[in-house]
Design a protein around this ligand. Structure first.
Ligand code: 2BA
Length: 109
């Protein structure tokens, strides 16, 4: 079994939830916050059998799209004070950031 962790933009999360429910794939959606933009996003925990991983990755790919987003002035680009930017900078966010992990045990009591 695998655990798929997918960080997606809030704008895509309803579409992805709907697709997962429609396909009978169980998932948990957590409200999360991006460390860089510090704006809300959604993190899905999706536990699936190995042979379903590609199907779920396809659903995520189809449901989430990349968007340009402005970084607020004075957002830290790193820990270095010299790299603070005094003007809005456009960054591309998403479609989705996905991790696929091996699951040692799965219990459902
Ligand atoms: P944020 O951390 O808010 O990042 C939003 C977008 O800002 C990123 O889009 C990327 O384009 C840009 N960005 C992030 N860190 C940057 C940096 N140090 N310098 C320049 N630009 C930077 P995505 O890469 O699509 O990431 C979207 C969200 O996915 C992230 O929101 C974060 O919540 C999550 N994420 C991305 N990579 C991750 C990782 N390795 N581990 C955990 N979460 C991750």
């Amino acid at each position: 079994m695998r655990l798929i962790i997918a960080v997606v933009q809030d704008k895509d999360s309803i579409k992805l939830s709907d697709r997962l429910v429609k396909e009978g794939i169980r998932a948990t959606k957590l409200a999360s916050t991006g460390g860089f933009l510090r704006s809300g996003n959604s993190t899905f925990l999706i536990g699936v059998e190995d042979e379903k991983v590609e199907e779920v990755l396809d659903l995520i790919r189809q449901s989430c799209r990349a968007r340009e987003q402005l970084v607020n002035p004075m957002s830290p680009m790193s820990n270095q004070i010299e790299s603070y930017v005094p003007y809005p900078v456009s960054v591309q966010v998403g479609g989705a950031t996905v991790f696929v992990l091996d699951v040692e045990q799965y219990k459902h009591f």
